[in-house]
Write a protein that binds this ligand. Sequence first.
Ligand code: NCD
Length: 309
Amino acid sequence: MMEHLLSVDDLGGRAGIESMLDLTDSFLEVTQRDIPKVPALRGKTVVSLFYEDSTRTRLSFETAAKRLSADTMTFSVSTSSVNKGESLLDTVQTIDAMGVDSIVVRHPAAGAPHRVASWTSARVINAGDGCHEHPTQALLDAFTLRRHRGPSLDGCRIAIVGDVRHSRVARSNVMAFHALGCELTLVGPPTLMPERLDGWPVAVTPDLDHVLPDVDVVYLLRIQRERIGQALFPSLREYAARWGLTVERAARCKPDTLVMHPGPMNRGIEIAGEVADSARSLVTEQVGNGVAVRMAVLWSLLGSGGPIV
Ligand code: NCD
């Protein structure tokens, strides 16, 4: 039984991930009803505690909680100060004193949700911690891909392209896609690869044009300009020219190669606008599936285990 969702590791390997994806199927059905709401979490309170800007992740969690009939509260925290160790503890103790059931945490420091989990009796969900992990993004991506290439993703070839070094999405997605049997290649400038890749179940290359014709999925990452301290590549223009998924590059992919991006997208940098809006792009479907995935996660952590009506 999962206590918190802080890392993809908490899901319990392939079987645990697959059962969460199966559960998501049931919640996707709920979201497609005329009245997309079930009483499953009536009386429960879910708090979102976001120390970083977010559009889709916060809205997605709040929509998911409301569709399960939970009460929601939002703490909008200024993103201007950096060292918030002390005030994070105070805030969590205050929230905890109100008797909430779940805290959804986004924080610029890796490990912050783990600290929060040690300070509260509520169930904690990591909604992105620094350059570390973003497990619900990995689940929604796996769910989206499974709907197109599933039920088994064994042998599915995925290129994850761009700023892997600063990407919590890349870390969580490598873990989840690998657990599901995918073959992964990281592509990008060596300066945007993690310093150490020991133990990562991936191939690595700087040459996007070489891998494109062979892959089933091109998963593009946003250049994390807010986390890049010094110049790690010559210019955004140069980056787009070598690693951007342009219209010409997309045309060299197999006809059924799919394009994914967690958003927010830098159109014209890592992905051309035309490619993002093309038939191969799953970008808006990823966002839509995010709600059903988060319903499944909240229900797993907070539900009574009874049937979903
Ligand atoms: C990602 C994030 O915030 O980690 N976005 C998201 O949750 N959809 C990716 C990003 O910011 O590039």
